[in-house]
Design a protein around this ligand. Sequence first.
Ligand SMILES: C[S@@+](CC[C@H](N)C(=O)[O-])C[C@H]1O[C@@H](n2cnc3c(N)ncnc32)[C@H](O)[C@@H]1O
Length: 207
Amino acid sequence: MINKIRGTTGYTEQAEQLFERYENIPFEEVHIGFLDLMPTSPGLVLDIGSGTGRDAAYFADKGHRVVAVEPTDELRIPAAQLHPSPAIEWINDQLPTLDHVATRGERFDLIMLTAVWMHLDDQERQRAMPILASLLQPGGVMIMSLRHGPTPPGRQMFDVSAKETIRLAEAAGLSVIKNTKSESTQSANRKKSVMWSKLAFRIDGKK
Ligand SMILES: C[S@@+](CC[C@H](N)C(=O)[O-])C[C@H]1O[C@@H](n2cnc3c(N)ncnc32)[C@H](O)[C@@H]1O
């Protein structure tokens, strides 16, 4: 059993409504501007903080094998029922250390961290980045989105910046290949001035 981390605060209570919300945003809309970085041939994808499984299901449908990591039981268990693909393995694990994923010894072509990084505090982010880098195949890509703006009621989030994230990533041997900042696509969040940084990194080395 793993200890509950603070970043999951609020997700248990809101799980039911999050299925309604997250499953109704198309993958292509969430990842607009980054679709060209998704692997084109079948590969191994790690989706960390996989939530309702929307993205895991998309990748499985495209022929990839997916490891979906989600520490909130109330999201992971129904997500597995909603998206019963044999290509997806659902794992109860968490950043910063990803103990269960790390012991498997796999290296991934793509790591997705969509709307998760701001749940980690300063020390957790420093700890997590080299572990994430170590999980990439040579030439592998990591795509992450960082939320800026007011913390939704009941959640636990920290101030994060693209600049700090790039610094941590570069120290871990990653190179930034895309860096964008945009307002939220959800009108309620736009009214609250929520912005998103979206970053993509590649690890050096040939595949
Ligand atoms: C905003 S939701 C995003 C869900 C999904 N990635 C999406 O785009 O729909 C953030 C997710 O991160 C998970 N989470 C929070 N802290 C985490 C941690 N330390 N390690 C892994 N996942 C975490 C939460 O349980 C939640 O499912």
